[in-house]
Design a binder for this molecule. Sequence first.
Ligand SMILES: C[S@@+](CC[C@H](N)C(=O)[O-])C[C@H]1O[C@@H](n2cnc3c(N)ncnc32)[C@H](O)[C@@H]1O
Length: 308
Amino acid sequence: MVYHIPVMVEEVVAGLVADPDGAYVDATAGGGGHSWALLQALGPKGRLLAVDRDREAVAAARVRLAADARAVVRRGCFAELSELLAQEGIGPLSGVLFDLGVSSHQIDASARGFSYRADGPLDMRMDAEVGPTAAELIAACSERELAELIARYGEERAARRIARSIYRQQRLAPLTTTQALREAVAATRPQMLNKTLARVFQALRIAVNDELGQLQVGLTAAEIGLKPGGRLAVLAYHSLEDRLVKQHFAALVRGCICPPRVPICTCGRRPSFKRVGRKLQRASEAEVKQNTRARSAILRIYEKIEAG
Ligand SMILES: C[S@@+](CC[C@H](N)C(=O)[O-])C[C@H]1O[C@@H](n2cnc3c(N)ncnc32)[C@H](O)[C@@H]1O
């Protein structure tokens, strides 16, 4: 079975690779699809560090990229990027890619607990050996905390009702499977069960893996690791992660942080990044037809500029 079909590959490679002999990082290696495509665009001196926090992804990417001596695959998370770069002696960087979220393999492997469509342990950890599982997180939260988490990370309006139902179940017997969580959500009789389930599962997944905290640290590591002229491409799949990327770079593209009412800049900050191409890119209709996952993808590309 295919591990993962990479999204917007041509757009990512065309937008990211401005220097074929440069050093690149794929911070979300997954099955190595984007990494492989990036390597095809690199010259003999080009180098690629492919990173993923998921052991299964690291194993799959190693198989995919094994024949290419320009590539090295390492396990690690965004928060460890700077350390990995130092360990591998890679940099300053010409490009960094973040293809956010979960891979098809993670969703399809019911034992990982990411999917509401198949029964499995209520786990959802990308690194299956670190940190609390979704079941442990639910057990540790109060009903109110869980409602806040579902509202914030799932953008779900019925979060309080859903949290109440989950806790009703939890008091009878701790929720340990995706099916049990599904039933607790279904008991609230949402109008569109699958959409509600998707939002609740997304919320728990984001919390279990601290996805937004990781992204913030990862963007900063990339920002520092890039050389002037180096580029960063981010593929986001939901508004929370896209908003974070947009806001992070809006400040860097603007530079000045003086309030609008101040007539002359007093902060002295200069822009350190510029946008490459359009504000954002979407997958073509043809791609979405072949790969439904591409439908929600939003690609943003930025380039580091010389400090003025
Ligand atoms: C959408 S998939 C990437 C697929 C990949 N582009 C490909 O072509 O196969 C996202 C991957 O990012 C990894 N990931 C998500 N958050 C991460 C983090 N904070 N640190 C490292 N890897 C992360 C996930 O484990 C997953 O394998």
